[in-house]
Design a protein around this ligand. Structure first.
Ligand code: IYR
Length: 234
């Protein structure tokens, strides 16, 4: 008898990698194009209530689901909220936590770091944005057994995997002409309760998505130059 195997170990055949080797000039062109596109991505807090086609949100979540993950466990779940009643509940709960944060819990240095962003405890975007994508990380999986019982499946590098998936999601939303906000109300336990998520899932990010309000403004913040964020050896 061999060692007990994980749920999916050894069941996938290897197939040839589909890969198109591009001419270097084309690679440069694509790099410049992608960089230019992502340069205009901005986190936005002022949303229009204009509706967004649902298939765009579905495509963005499918793209997020293409992210690499530890042992390919795909330890994420995306709850997409368009229902105005649920959005209101989320806003009320988030504002209750954030009011505590801004008025009592945030230490002085944190408030100072937030000052340039102009944020406060009011979160109207949680009702104005047509969609809220609530990202959950799954600290372990649940697999139904033949006898109807459930067993835990180990997940690996959950934080890293879900972070990468959110990066894909945010880039995809921008690419398709939408804006988003990586919102982190804290603590986020209310999202599990309102959205009735199982115990293996924990809220990771709350991402309002939509079009910007006509008068949307963003802080004019700098990004670090390459020399500061990259060290080249050799
Ligand atoms: N979650 C709070 C505070 C906040 C914290 C950080 I760090 C930010 O970059 C922005 C906001 C809020 O959403 O107001």
């Amino acid at each position: 008898m061999g060692k007990a195997k994980g749920p999916r170990e050894g069941v996938y055949p290897f197939v040839p990698l589909e890969f198109e080797r591009l001419a270097v000039e084309e690679q440069r062109r694509r790099a410049a194009e992608f960089e230019a596109r992502l340069k205009s991505r901005r986190t936005t807090r002022h949303f229009s209530t204009d509706p967004v086609p649902r298939e765009l949100i579905e495509a963005a979540v499918r793209i997020a689901g293409r992210a690499p993950s530890g042992a390919n466990r795909q330890p994420w779940h995306f709850v997409v909220v368009a229902d105005p009643g649920i959005k209101r509940k989320i806003r009320e709960a988030a504002e209750a936590e954030e009011r505590e944060n801004y008025q009592h819990r945030f230490p002085g240095d944190w408030l100072e770091a937030l000052a340039p962003l102009g944020t406060d405890w009011h979160k109207p975007f949680l009702e104005e944005a047509p969609y809220l994508i609530v990202v959950f990380r799954q600290d372990y999986g649940r697999e139904r057994q033949a006898d109807g019982s459930e067993r835990k499946v180990k997940h690996y590098y959950v934080q890293e995997s879900v972070g990468i998936a959110c990066g894909f999601l945010i880039a995809a939303l921008h690419w398709m002409g939408l804006v988003s906000l990586t919102h982190t109300p804290s603590p986020m336990g209310f999202l599990s309760r309102i959205l009735k998520r199982p115990a293996n899932e924990k809220p990771y990010l709350l991402i309002p998505v939509g079009y910007p309000a006509r008068n949307a403004q963003v802080p004019d913040i700098p990004k670090k130059p390459l020399a500061e964020i990259m060290t080249l050896l050799g």
